[in-house]
Ligand binder design. Structure first.
Ligand code: SAM
Length: 185
């Protein structure tokens, strides 16, 4: 399956997949917080399919939430509430068409998820919620479940149009050193 994604660059995707591949030997499942159309999810499913691991993907399937003050940027005016809306059914159908195992697909706002909605242990996580609260809430859910050898990738950390991502990560990092690898794209 080849790269096709309007949200994540080809180079970033290559890095994500390389890291995910390395996590196949780590105990735990794969998670994507903010799957949108499932472009990256399909590639992760391809990696996971020959293993015992499961892929868990999460999205509001109602598009982006409201921005908070932390997300304001003159460069980011195109990121609006309700944008990037796809349905859960559309995403599920893409897996079926690609003849890939359908992941666990959860439709929810991240703030409404609890630890029960997450796998017991996570080997690889891709956080791609664009906004401050979305990344803050994703980290809160995912970090406690990460295996010590696992990798958590956060997208848009360096994206000046989405300043809330960096802020959420930096605030979390200030609380202590994570016991797993964090990759900021
Ligand atoms: C940039 S897109 C994800 C792109 C996807 N990871 C990929 O690689 O193609 C961001 C997604 O995060 C979802 N999202 C953002 N904040 C969210 C939140 N707080 N709760 C649930 N979904 C959220 C949006 O609905 C959107 O589909």
């Amino acid at each position: 399956m080849s790269w096709k994604n309007d949200q994540v660059s080809e180079k970033e995707t290559e890095r994500i997949l390389e890291l995910a591949q390395e996590c196949l030997d780590i105990s735990g499942d794969f998670v994507e917080m903010g799957c949108y159309k499932g472009d990256t999810s399909l590639l992760l499913a391809e990696i996971v399919k020959a293993s015992e691991k499961k892929l868990w993907i999460y999205d509001s399937f109602e598009g982006l939430p409201e921005k908070s003050e932390a997300d304001e940027s003159v460069l980011g005016t195109n990121f609006k509430s309700g944008e990037l809306l796809v349905t859960k059914r559309e995403v599920k159908e893409r897996f079926l068409r690609a003849e890939l195992p359908v992941p666990v697909i959860k439709k929810a706002w991240f703030r409404d998820l609890t630890s029960e909605d997450l796998p017991e242990k996570i080997a690889f996580a891709f956080l791609d919620g664009d906004f401050y609260e979305s990344i803050r809430d994703s980290i809160k859910l995912v970090a406690p479940r990460m295996d010590a050898g696992g990798v958590m990738v956060v997208h848009d950390y360096t994206n000046l149009a989405l300043p809330g991502v960096k802020r959420a990560v930096d605030e979390w990092m200030q609380k202590g050193t994570p016991q797993f690898e964090v990759v900021l794209l």
